[in-house]
Structures are given as C-alpha cells and as structure tokens.
Design a protein around this ligand. Structure first.
Ligand SMILES: Cc1cc2nc3c(=O)[nH]c(=O)nc-3n(C[C@H](O)[C@H](O)[C@H](O)COP(=O)(O)OP(=O)(O)OC[C@H]3O[C@@H](n4cnc5c(N)ncnc54)[C@H](O)[C@@H]3O)c2cc1C
Length: 384
C-alpha cells in the first residue's frame, strides 16, 4: 500500500466536485475523480443558471452552522479562481408569519443571530414593484443570502482540485464498487482498479452503485421556468433580491435577472415524479396547458411579469423522505445523496464532511440526521 491514502470520488457533479476539491488540499491523500459524462455536463442536478443560497433556513436551525461554513467556502472558491460564484443579492421570503416554515426560518435567524430584516406588507409593496402582496403577508430579507452560479461553481471546484493534484477521468462510468479487506475495487467500462476509500456522489444515479440507499431516495422531476418582465428594472438585482414566496400552498422561488432580459421564477413540488429512470432518458418537454396554468399562478404573485413562461428546463434530483441528505460511511465507502432540492448551497461543506468521513471516519459538524439509520424508505409521504 502507498504511503498516501488513495481515495476515489465517483460522480463529479455538485457534491463530487466539492469533495474532490477539499480532498485535493490534503497532503496525505492521493485523490482521483470519475465522471460518467464530460466535465461540466448538462445532465447534473446543478444546472439551470442560479441556485439560491440562504442562511435563515426554514428546513431547520441545525443547518445554520453548516451554511455559514459553506458561505466561507463559496467565497474561498470564488476568490481563488477569480470568479463571481456567490452574488450577495440577499434572499427575500414572503408568506404568512403564522405558517410553520416561516416560523422555523425566523427561529433559525434568531438562534444564530443572522443578519436579517423583517418587512411588513406595506414595506414589501414600497420596495418591490413587480410583486403582488396581500395584507396578511410579511417578508424576511436574509442579508447573507444570494445567488450561486452552479455550473461555474462545479467546474471551478473540479479545476481547483486538479490544480491541487487530483487526477480526473471524465467519460468514465463506474459500473460497480466492491468493498473488501484489501481495499475497494472499482469497475469501469475500461478497467478495474483498486483504492483505499471511495466517496460516492452519484446524485440521482446512486441506486446503480449503492443499493443500501436505493429505497431511501426517490428521483423527482424539478422544472425551472423563466418569465419576461414588463418593466425590466423591477427585476434587476439592484431592485430585487432572490426570493421564495408561499401563498395558499403554492411555493415558488427564483432570482433576479442575471441574463439581462428574463427572470427565473420556478415552482417546487408541482411537476410530479420523474417519468424516466435517468434524466438523460427523460422527456424534456412539458404539456403546454400545464405550463400556461403554472404561468397564470405565478402572475398572480408577480403581476410585473408576462404570464406565459418564455422558457423552461427539466431536471432530476434525489429526494429523501425527511429532505435531510444522506451522508454516511459503510466500510470504506462514503455515500452522499438525497440533497432533496435544497442542497446545492451546502455542497462545499458536504464536500468537507465527505472528506473527513473518508479520511478519519468522523467529521466535525456532522449531524446524526444525515446517517443512513436516520432515514426511512420514501414513497408514502411524497409531496410532488
Ligand atoms: C431545478 C433545481 C433547482 C434547485 N434549486 C436549489 C436552490 O435554489 N438552492 C439549493 O441549495 N439547492 C437547489 N437544488 C438542489 C441541488 O441543486 C441538488 O440537490 C444538488 O445539485 C444535487 O447534487 P448531487 O451531487 O447529489 O448530484 P449531481 O450534481 O447531479 O451530481 C451527480 C454526478 O454523478 C455523476 N455520476 C452518476 N453516476 C455515475 C457513475 N456511475 N460513474 C461516474 N459518474 C456518475 C453524474 O453524471 C453527475 O455528474 C435544486 C435542484 C434542482 C434540480
């Protein structure tokens, strides 16, 4: 066995690129990465122009320390590569204050002293001309929030890892992973090889590789939609932060215009399950009537946009029942999956957790809710 620990990362999308980057910084590790498609490909759960970064977190205050560490790492990756990866526009959440997610968001901000502003309906209307606001709606502006540029971030982390000595194999699919006392054997379409540890970050393709978690995740379809503003300046980043809006059970999120002509406003949990086993086999078109109906609902909350989406894109992501990710180690295999539609922002810190689990078997900052044993089979409680 070599003096260095040999670690392979399988899947160089969101979490794999970050794990590779964090592992490449360790002198005692020889790290390699495998990606089934070309680097920066368009099939990953990270595609679609922007991802929201938030710290006042309705998913629970337990995430806040991880989010604050992730923010440092996003800044480090941006500074090192000279690329603007995190745009600090802030994130505005609107809804009824009495709603449970709104309360959890406020609790997480209070528990961790996060910089935020509370806005009543009148103030929301005064600041944000493109929005319809009801009298019973309130807002919270998360000042540490913003928009991440995901495609650029994934490629930046991979390149940074290569600069740190990581060896990257693209267009090389891992077909099987076998753990034994001698190490971990990887079979690809080209060869067999052996390493000491493996970090499997295969996202919605995980069931092929780690059958132990196959029942714990479900692949869901997520659709992004863009709209044309009537008054463009209302949707520029100087006028509008990123946003999440909840009204009458309708949950939408988006970002101000980053392309100079349209604004992303997308719905969560409304497009149904995945209609194919893999995104590369999916039908990427949508029923025009459903698209128009969705546009009409968006227009009620955003009268400042045209009601018909001007474009859309279809994506897959792996969801768990609790929407907590799975991050765990069995033998010499670390598995990361189930980021459940909200994990992009956490990716660099998840990369660190995976690194520490692979190298030391334990990770500071790890939450027990991420363990395989904390998850239960998904299906009965699906929401979308
Ligand atoms: C439309 C949409 C909007 C979202 N919005 C937000 C948001 O605003 N904020 C937020 O924080 N999160 C958001 N998320 C969630 C987040 O983007 C995903 O949870 C995250 O990108 C999943 O990362 P991953 O590493 O698990 O998967 P991926 O990024 O898909 O990476 C998996 C990689 O593994 C590779 N791979 C798979 N199998 C193999 C194999 N056998 N051999 C080699 N390589 C393999 C794949 O090709 C891929 O590159 C959103 C997700 C979607 C889909």
């Amino acid at each position: 066995m070599s003096a260095k620990i040999r670690i392979a990362v399988v899947g160089l999308g969101t979490t794999g690129s970050m794990a590779l980057w964090r592992l490449s910084q360790l002198p005692g590790v020889e790290v390699s990465g495998f990606e089934q498609f070309g680097l920066g490909h368009g099939y990953g759960a990270y595609t679609g122009e922007t991802r929201l970064f938030r710290t006042a977190y309705h998913e629970g205050a337990k995430y806040v320390p991880l989010l604050l560490r992730a923010r440092q790492l996003w800044q480090e990756l941006g500074d090192t590569t000279g690329r603007a990866l995190l745009h600090p526009y802030g994130v505005l959440t609107t809804g009824r204050e009495s709603d449970a997610p709104f309360q959890r968001m406020l609790e997480s901000a209070a528990a961790h002293g996060l910089a935020h502003q509370r806005l009543d309906a009148a103030e929301l209307r005064r600041r944000y001309a493109g929005l319809d606001v009801r009298d019973d709606e309130a807002g919270v502006l998360d000042e540490l929030g913003g928009a991440l540029r995901p495609e650029l971030a994934v490629l930046s982390a991979t390149e940074q890892a290569q600069r740190g000595g990581a060896v990257v194999h693209d267009h090389e699919r891992i077909l099987a992973i076998t753990d034994s006392e001698a190490g971990v054997r990887l079979s690809t379409q080209h060869r067999e090889l052996e390493v000491d540890r493996v970090v499997v970050t295969a996202g919605s393709w995980i069931d092929q590789l780690v059958p132990q978690v196959a029942d714990l995740v479900e692949v869901r379809k997520m659709v992004l939609t863009w709209f044309l503003p009537r008054t463009f300046t209302d949707f520029e980043p100087s006028h509008l932060p990123c946003f999440i809006r909840d009204r009458d059970g309708f949950h939408i999120f988006g970002a101000p215009s980053v392309d100079g002509y349209s604004v992303k406003i997308a719905g969560m949990d409304i497009w149904g399950g995945a209609d194919a086993d893999r995104v590369e086999n999916a039908n990427l078109h949508l029923d025009p009537d459903r698209v128009s109906a969705f546009g009409s609902r968006v227009h009620e909350l955003f009268p400042g946009v045209q009601p018909e989406p001007n474009r859309f894109s279809v994506h897959f992501d792996a969801f768990t029942a609790s929407r907590d990710p799975i991050i765990d180690r069995f033998g010499d295999i670390v598995v990361v999956t189930g980021l459940s539609g909200h994990g992009f922002k956490l990716a660099p810190v998840i990369g660190e957790l995976a690194r520490d689990l692979a190298v030391d078997g334990q990770a500071p900052g790890y939450h027990p809710d991420f363990a395989v044993s904390a998850h239960h089979p998904i299906g009965a409680d699906r929401t979308g």
